[in-house]
Design a protein around this ligand. Structure first.
Ligand SMILES: [Zn+2]
Length: 376
């Protein structure tokens, strides 16, 4: 499907890219690398800056003007940032089969396989004069901390493209994420009453109340459609004072609005039950929830899905429509009615862990897939 030269080029570029640190909002050096790589080639580049709260971020847009208007126009999205621990990554090739980190950091395959593949695809299209519609290669920022960069890409611009493929799913190139969850967060604040630890007079421990509440709060997979996690607990002060404050932070990912409602009701009921144990005391418990990302559902017959199936079939790959429980930039785009879907970023596994790896033989197939989509 691809030549050994393509494989080597993709692997070399990938290895160079993961060696560049790029935590969220620190992608500048990756953007510079891409700009330098594409300098003098027949592309138009735009580094767009945005401000998100206290943070300044950028997205890099690389345009290739269509050479064949009968071809579909499309954009490919790869985020340039990685999760932690993602500094000083030392990629290692193992048995000529895998690329892994040295074990004390992530590898950064999420999403740098896609960044490197995009550069190879741009070269292939230009050097081999592959007929194409208008193309945009979008390198976004701060994806891993809430899909932030994607929120600042011009909606009108993205809507001009027939299809948007987000190169951010793990596993085999057949994967197409047609159903993705909503993501919500909740913060529970418990206020007890402080007192001297020795005397305890009037003291009501917020930590003890948190314990009672944690027993009632659902955690883990509640069904195939919903999963919830308490990720952080903070509170108290010093050990000689009865703690008067605790904050519990949780999230949920859900593909089903009914199940979401049920979970939020369970959380609210848990709060009410525990509060009931502290009638006529100063104890307060408040719970705030917020939706961070909306769910989307694509039909298996949607044009963008069948178009990808056609490209995969040409490559002899069986398409695999997936329901996922993670968010991608696609949640932002679909929320704005931008026709898009996540597909595999090319043979990468165990994202967000120290065991993250790329299967070298599998990886360049994403390049074949992108070219098949472009030339479909
Ligand atoms: Zn990713």
């Amino acid at each position: 499907m691809y030549s050994p030269e393509i494989q080597k080029k993709a692997v070399d570029l990938f290895i160079e890219l993961v060696k560049i640190d790029s935590l969220p909002f620190e992608e500048q050096e990756v953007f510079e690398y891409i700009q330098k790589y594409l300098e003098g080639k027949k592309v138009k580049m735009e580094l767009q800056h945005y401000t998100d709260g206290e943070n300044k971020g950028s997205n890099l847009l690389v345009f290739l003007e269509g050479t064949d208007k009968t071809k579909k126009s499309m954009f490919f999205d790869s985020h340039a940032d990685t999760v932690t621990p993602g500094k000083n990554i030392k990629p290692i090739i193992v048995d000529n089969k895998y690329i892994r980190s040295s074990g004390d950091t992530i590898l950064g395959a999420d999403c740098k396989t896609s960044v490197a593949a995009s550069l190879v695809v741009i070269d292939e299209v230009l050097e081999k004069n592959i007929p194409h519609g208008d193309l945009l290669f979008l390198f976004t920022s701060a994806e891993e901390i809430g899909l932030i960069g994607a929120k600042y890409v011009d909606t009108k611009l993205l809507k001009q493209y027939n299809y948007g493929y987000i190169l951010d799913s793990g596993g085999d190139i057949g994967n197409i994420c047609t159903v993705a969850p909503s993501l919500g967060i909740y913060d529970i604040t418990i206020t007890g009453a402080a007192a001297h630890a020795g005397k305890q007079a009037g003291g009501i421990s917020a930590i003890k109340i948190a314990g009672e509440l944690l027993n009632l709060l659902p955690q883990g997979h509640l069904s195939e459609k919903i999963v919830t996690n308490i990720g952080a607990i903070s509170g108290g002060g010093t050990i000689n004072i009865v703690a008067d404050n605790v904050v519990i932070n949780g999230e949920y990912r859900s593909n089903d609005a009914g199940e979401t409602k049920k979970l939020l009701q369970t959380i609210d009921n848990a709060v009410a039950t525990v509060l009931g144990n502290y009638k006529n005391t100063p104890v307060q418990i408040t719970c705030v929830h917020a939706v961070q990302m909306e769910a989307y559902v694509l039909d298996n017959n949607d044009d963008i899905v069948t178009f990808a199936h056609k490209a995969l079939n040409k490559l002899g790959v069986t398409p695999n429509n997936l329901t996922i429980l993670g968010g991608t930039n696609c949640n932002i785009y679909m929320g704005k009615d931008i026709n898009s879907v996540p597909i595999s970023g090319g043979g990468r596994y165990f994202a967000h862990t120290l065991k993250e790896e790329v299967i070298i033989e599998e990886y360049p197939r994403v390049i074949s897939l992108m070219l098949a989509l472009i030339n479909n």
